[in-house]
Design a protein around this ligand. Structure first.
Ligand code: KIV
Ligand code: NA
Length: 258
């Protein structure tokens, strides 16, 4: 049975993982409660240096793939940078995502200043997941990936942002790169599930980027990532073995010939 907000709201620990294609989405389905088609795909899948030049077309393409692979998970599609510069533009693009994919919700980055956007989408029957704290779409304007909630001003701002997004109708809230005590306070002050990444132990759920947690993205490992697999190493070894077998005339073998 397909995960819905109703079934997810009953759980007290939610697991979210990203996926960008049908193959991995099918493997993660039935294990993770929620699959996020994150605009992080622009970095790990496309190899760009940040998420800023991801497009709506790109997000739709990958979300269709994920929806084809995952039948149970609740699926969230990121709205890319520039696709919600006004509430109206956000609605137009979110409607496209809803019409051209089977995503259950869209996610957008921002706090109180995005409340209007969240409300307009919500009023038009689109479920919205918020994203506050360290917001990768702000990496260029802020000059890097900066952990939030380290001082009183930042703490207050985050709490206000979370409240504003909840009141505007968001169904869930991703909290990224925030001090644990502040993420905990946010989680205790809102009535929607919070999903943390680099936000400590007390959010309702956790999210990790699949290529980070499975060890396929080797360039760097942020502190909050736990590597559950040495994916790149395993794949490299397997492909080496294949190349050796071809060179040595061991592949194809007797059983692999018509
Ligand atoms: O794009 C992404 O993968 C995300 C997660 C890090 C939350 O937004
Ligand atoms: Na994202």
């Amino acid at each position: 049975m397909k995960n819905t907000l109703k079934t997810l709201y009953k759980k007290d620990k939610l697991t979210m993982i990203t996926a960008y294609d049908a193959l991995f989405a099918k493997i993660f389905d039935n294990i993770a409660d929620i699959i996020l088609v994150g605009d992080s795909l622009n970095m790990s899948f496309l190899g760009e240096s940040d998420t800023l030049n991801a497009t709506v077309d790109q997000m739709i393409y990958h979300t269709r793939a994920v929806c084809n692979g995952a039948k149970k998970a609740y699926i969230v599609c990121d709205m890319p940078f520039g696709s919600y510069v006004t509430p109206e533009k956000g609605l137009e693009n979110a409607v496209r995502i809803y019409k051209e994919t089977k995503a259950d919700a869209v996610k957008l980055e921002g706090g109180a200043e995005k409340a209007e956007h969240v409300k307009l989408l919500t009023d038009n029957a689109i479920a919205v997941v918020g994203h506050i704290g360290l917001m990768p779409q702000f990496s260029r304007s802020e000059g890097g990936y900066i952990v939030k909630g380290k001082d009183e001003d930042s703490r207050k701002r985050l709490l206000e942002d979370a409240k504003a997004i909840e009141e505007a109708g968001a169904v869930m809230l991703v909290i990224e790169g925030v001090k644990e005590d502040v993420a905990r306070e946010i989680t205790e002050s809102v009535n929607i599930p919070t999903i943390g990444i680099g936000a400590g132990r007390y959010t309702t759920g956790q999210v990790l980027v699949w290529s980070d947690m499975l060890g396929f993205f080797e360039e760097f490992k942020p502190k909050f990532v736990r590597r559950y697999l040495n994916g790149a190493e395993l794949v490299r070894d397997a492909v080496k073995k294949y190349a050796e077998d071809v060179k040595n005339g061991k592949f194809p073998g007797e059983e692999e010939i018509y």
